[in-house]
Design a protein around this ligand. Sequence first.
Ligand code: F6P
Length: 430
Amino acid sequence: MADVTFDYRNLLEVEGGLEERELQKLSPRLGEAVDGLLDEQPGFMRLPRTREYLEASLEVAEKIRSSGATDFVHVGIGGSALGPMALHRALNHPFYNLLPDRGGPRLHFAENADPMTLSGILDVIDPKGTWVNVVTKSGSTAETMANFLVIRGALAEALGDFGYQARTVATTDPEKGFLKRIADREDLVTLPIPQEVGGRFSVLSPVGLLPAAVAGLDAEALLAGAARCVEEVEEQGAEHPAVAGAAMHYLMDTSRNRNIRVMMVYADALERLAAWFVQLWAESLGKGGKGSTPHGAVGTTDQHSQLQLYMEGPQDKVIEIVEVRNLPRDVEIPGAYEDLEGVGYLSGHTVGELLGVECDATRRALAEAGRPNATIRLGSLSEENLGYLMQALEIQTAVAGTLYGVNPYDQPGVEAGKRITYRRMGRPGY
Ligand SMILES: O=P(O)(O)OC[C@H]1O[C@](O)(CO)[C@@H](O)[C@@H]1O
């Protein structure tokens, strides 16, 4: 059973917060937006109940794990990387790149076109035991293809000219694109990114399911959590808190000029979740002069960096805290320096307790300073909760798209820069 709750009290009860009558006024449009989503069933709404992609991903994951692979390099960017990275960071070991007791290869992500990161990956992988998963919906994103060509070269060098082929997975559009052509030509293992699912909504397709399963995570539980969220939205419609949140964030932007949405996660493990959400909200809604600006922050770290601005800077933000009630591990703070009152008081507490208290203190301080904030609470870091939350945020974003009157599924604004890059890099036809 997923345990994810949304708490909007500090959006309503703070000074200058939203009023019930504003929400009432928007309520018919919100109802229409969620009914429209449920009628239309865009691809991402169907993923949680689709077995086909889970089964295909599990089969490939088993092939990889049983081959004795040492390393798995996931090559992709944006929607083809952020979701899998978010799951990996939330559910695997922060430094070993997998959970030691679950076995399987270490995971590496080649996302940016950054020679330092790529060289770093090449430094640590064992090419003889490496699998590469190249993930691109369009099949030709420059950064992804460049990173793939480099890793492919390293594997070919170690395994012989065609040795890399048996260790390469192409996750892409099932029918078109250059990667699909390469996969057909070289007879690569392929997994589909369904045509009707956009990159930033694709974490519950093979894009996220394969790397999760390769690392020994429970991909089925991810889908079960997401399916639970869809069921609840079907039952509750506009009353569902994720849907209601779309209205609140929309109103905060359009009627309070709070056009920055800061997702502040109180767990290092959720840092990539915030990055995933930033793409989802920004690329889906930022069009036609509309949309609010998402920003990711980590508590407590950013209390010592950005909180001053959130407390006393311009009244243009909504802070959304994401906290985890039970982190899987905690560390006791041992007794020492008890005669020094500025240090000794920490003894006997735990690091997790300090994190939780600081989170609560920040929420209260923000509210008392008239700074609207919301909280998303996860009972624990689990596949089910992550699946639920990601589906809920996707639904919220799609509903917000309808409220803003924009198409949440396209991203025309990124094309101009791509064309200039292609021209300067000498791609034929540009
Ligand atoms: O999966 P692809 O086609 O490589 O695209 C990667 C990312 O690039 C974008 O198209 C934007 O440049 C995103 O929408 C997408 O998630």
